[in-house]
Design a protein around this ligand. Structure first.
Ligand SMILES: Nc1ncnc2c1ncn2[C@@H]1O[C@H](COP(=O)(O)OP(=O)(O)O)[C@@H](O)[C@H]1O
Ligand SMILES: [Mg+2]
Length: 302
């Protein structure tokens, strides 16, 4: 039996997948999501969200897609890994993923770049102007975009009517994206909304944990975490959502192993101590402040 069933959950509360149903709208995430949705409605073009690893960018993008699905008249596509080798590969992927209708004589692998841009422009005019739909492209891990792809995006953002942009673009990326954009003043100028996701404060950390616990089906009247447990989790994770979810996952397993009914400060401390022992034994060495997620972060790509 899995640990979450034992604790009375119907789903795993601290899975690391970016499930929109487990996405808690903290002040920060709410501000970003609401603003992006407004910008998209106004069709102002370019939105950029920056944030460290584990601050919730991918989760935010999934939530955004869920919201776009609920609104009608939207055509959208999300790129999870924008490592395109050249402009042709990027444009070709757009044509395929937006299901652009091509005349039978067009062979994507041989087509001239200018023709490919032209195909996309015609598609955008047809969808955004003639059919009055909103076309949205979301790019996660946007720090991986190379300068040539950014330049292509800039060109796509130039397609506009007198009133609005034909393509709505949402980039979410780690802070390395910033210097790349800085090199391109013409791109920088086009940003209509930009936002940096910061780690959560102690209150939002607590709310996020309680939200996930509730969404996972916990409905006992007895609190699952003590106040001290929350502060311990916050001081160790410094409010990074990924670290919070990873730590809480371990903490609930420890709760079962210790056969207790609620998470107290000792359980959290025990998990942290075990992590640190593991780190030392495997030569990964960590400072006391670092959290269980830190050494793994670079390998996460979702
Ligand atoms: N607002 C949130 N509510 C609930 N869980 C969140 C929230 N933001 C992030 N998480 C969780 O934190 C982890 C890391 O989030 P993720 O979106 O992958 O971060 P990033 O893409 O910035 O590295 C995931 O397990 C995700 O479910
Ligand atoms: Mg991510």
């Amino acid at each position: 039996m899995s640990y979450h069933t034992l604790l009375g959950f119907s789903k795993e509360p601290f899975s690391t997948s970016p499930d929109p149903d487990f996405f808690y709208l903290t002040k920060e995430h709410d501000m970003a999501l609401t603003s992006i949705l407004i910008e998209i409605r106004l069709k102002r073009g370019l939105n950029v969200v920056f944030g460290d690893v584990g601050t919730g960018k991918t989760s935010l993008s999934r939530k955004l897609i869920q919201e776009l699905k609920r609104r009608g008249n939207m055509i959208f596509h999300i790129i999870l890994n924008p490592s395109f080798v050249d402009e042709r590969q990027f444009l070709t992927s757009l044509v395929k993923n937006f299901n652009v209708d091509l005349p039978s004589h067009v062979d994507l692998s041989k087509e001239d770049i200018l023709n490919l841009r032209d195909v996309i422009q015609k598609f955008l005019i047809e969808k955004a102007v003639t059919e009055k739909q909103t076309v949205v492209l979301v790019i996660d891990e946007a720090q991986k975009l190379n300068l040539s792809t950014l330049e292509t995006l800039r060109i796509l953002l130039n397609f506009e009517t007198n009133e609005y942009k034909l393509l709505q673009l949402v980039l979410l990326g780690q802070v390395e994206l910033y210097p790349k954009i800085m090199q391109m003043p013409n791109f920088l100028d086009r940003i209509s909304f930009k936002y940096t996701l910061n780690p959560l404060d102690v209150q939002s950390t607590r709310e996020l944990i309680l939200y996930r616990v509730k969404q996972a089906g916990y409905n006992s009247a007895m609190p699952l975490f003590s106040d001290e447990a929350f502060s311990e989790i916050y001081s160790y994770t410094r409010g990074y959502p990924r670290k919070i979810t990873m730590l809480c996952h371990q903490v609930l397993k420890e709760l079962i192993m210790q056969n207790k009914s609620a998470v107290d400060r000792e359980i959290v401390r025990d998990v942290i101590a075990k992590e640190q022992q593991f780190m030392q034994a495997s030569g990964l060495g960590m400072t006391k402040e670092a959290s269980p997620g830190v050494y793994k972060e670079k390998s996460f790509d979702n």
